[in-house]
Design a protein around this ligand. Structure first.
Ligand SMILES: Cc1cc2nc3c(=O)[nH]c(=O)nc-3n(C[C@H](O)[C@H](O)[C@H](O)COP(=O)(O)OP(=O)(O)OC[C@H]3O[C@@H](n4cnc5c(N)ncnc54)[C@H](O)[C@@H]3O)c2cc1C
Length: 371
């Protein structure tokens, strides 16, 4: 039976308590956040036969692996590519490649700055979503269709109440969801802190220690290809940039499954610059990042811009080198609350997936009593 459904904001009735299904053992787990960590956690729990309900404030799953559809092209707004360094994540990645939602990219990477362009090759294979980064998280949400999982999108959770074994969630819209034996909070620590602090001071304190950096991510769509730098492939795919404002350029139309879209770049800003310009208007940020892009082609203007914009990530990645729980990759508290996500494990897509997967199996073992 397919019980997976996307719940739109029109469905809940305000101030109505919604009873959630429990599995045969009486366990029912709520997961706040459907980024890669929350989805990986849900998958492990569902595989163990446990009832799972997911919530996200956004329109769909993905979090920092989301993409934006524009009339002419799709651009990735968060992670542009990722690598696999562990056997567990490599096996998961293989399943995504087999399903057609991930593929190798980029294979032509450069460093660009005042000294010109140099090929950048570190020998590590990288991957992207196909035909967009969010295809991976959509695929994971789709796999949950086969299990007794439901996903409430457009549902911002504002509070968790109750006691271990009987927890309830309050949404911004005034809905109450209950009861849950356990609640997994799979959101960046500054957003997790107000949810866990009232019930678990230690988890709240941990969240306050996990600083997150902000980042602007711009994008632009052009009516013709970018100028070709001397000595560089015409089909170059990604460039790490030595510029005060701009850190990374990705050419979305070179990503797997997007060959039919016009020249379309994602422009990831430097974190220091982003934090200084956090309050700027997105149009101004996009203009600055496009000026920085133009400076990489001295004396040659960019083609005509069809569309451009910028997205502000207040919580983009943890401070470099900061991993709260490098061994476990997650944190479990005493009140039935647990934390997972990239901040607990490292700061990359792989870290976030490992964090959610490990927490999911840890909870499954403790709730079912099986190894
Ligand atoms: C610009 C940028 C570039 C990056 N580049 C790379 C890269 O090159 N390689 C790499 O490996 N990684 C990169 N990353 C990092 C990578 O994207 C993250 O590590 C990973 O996606 C984090 O996943 P997560 O599930 O932990 O969190 P998220 O993806 O942030 O998921 C959290 C989810 O929680 C939801 N949420 C938050 N609060 C609430 C609430 N109160 N109620 C309901 N829902 C809520 C959010 O909407 C979101 O969907 C980049 C990130 C950014 C922003």
């Amino acid at each position: 039976m397919n019980v997976y459904h996307i719940v739109t904001p029109t469905m809940p009735v305000q101030d109505t308590a919604m009873t959630q299904p429990a599995d045969a053992a009486g366990a029912s787990v709520a997961i706040i956040g459907t980024g890669i960590a929350g989805l990986a956690c849900a998958r492990a729990l569902a595989d163990a036969g446990l009832a799972v309900t997911l919530f996200d404030k956004a329109r769909g799953p993905g979090g920092r692996m989301s993409s934006r559809r524009r009339p002419n092209a799709v651009v990735d707004l968060g992670a542009q590519a990722f690598s696999a360094r562990t056997p567990a994540f490599s096996a998961e990645l293989e399943s995504w490649i087999s399903a057609g939602c991930a593929a190798p990219w980029p294979v032509s990477t450069w460093r660009a700055g005042p000294d010109g362009w140099q090929s950048l090759e570190d020998g590590r294979e990288r991957f992207s979503g196909a035909p967009r980064m969010s295809a991976i998280t959509r695929h994971l949400a789709g796999r949950l269709e086969q299990a007794h999982a439901s996903l409430h999108s457009h549902t911002r959770i504002t509070a968790v109440e109750g006691t271990a074994g009987a927890l309830r969630l309050h949404s911004e819209a005034g809905d109450i969801f209950e009861p849950y034996t356990d609640v997994v909070v799979a959101v960046p620590p500054p957003q997790a802190e107000p949810l866990v602090q009232p019930l678990d001071n230690a988890l709240g304190q941990l969240c306050r220690q996990l600083e997150q950096r902000a980042c602007w991510a711009g994008w632009a769509i052009f009516d013709a290809p970018l100028p070709k730098p001397a000595g560089v492939d015409a089909d170059w795919q990604q460039a790490h940039v030595d510029h005060t404002a701009l850190r990374l350029v990705s050419r979305n139309h070179t990503k797997p499954g997007r060959g039919d879209q016009p020249e379309s770049v994602s422009l990831v800003a430097q974190t220091d610059w982003s934090e200084t310009h956090l309050g700027d208007a997105p149009e101004r940020v996009a203009d600055t990042l496009l000026d920085a892009l133009e400076s990489l082609f001295p004396g040659r203007p960019l083609p005509r811009r069809l569309d451009a914009g910028a997205h502000r990530w207040r919580y983009s990645q943890p401070v470099a080198g900061q991993a709260a729980m490098p061994d476990a990759g997650f944190a479990s508290g005493s009140a039935g609350l647990s934390l997972c996500g990239d901040s607990l494990a490292g700061g990359r897509v792989e870290d976030a997936w490992l964090s959610g997967d490990r927490l999911g199996w840890h909870l499954a073992r403790s709730l079912t009593g099986c190894d």
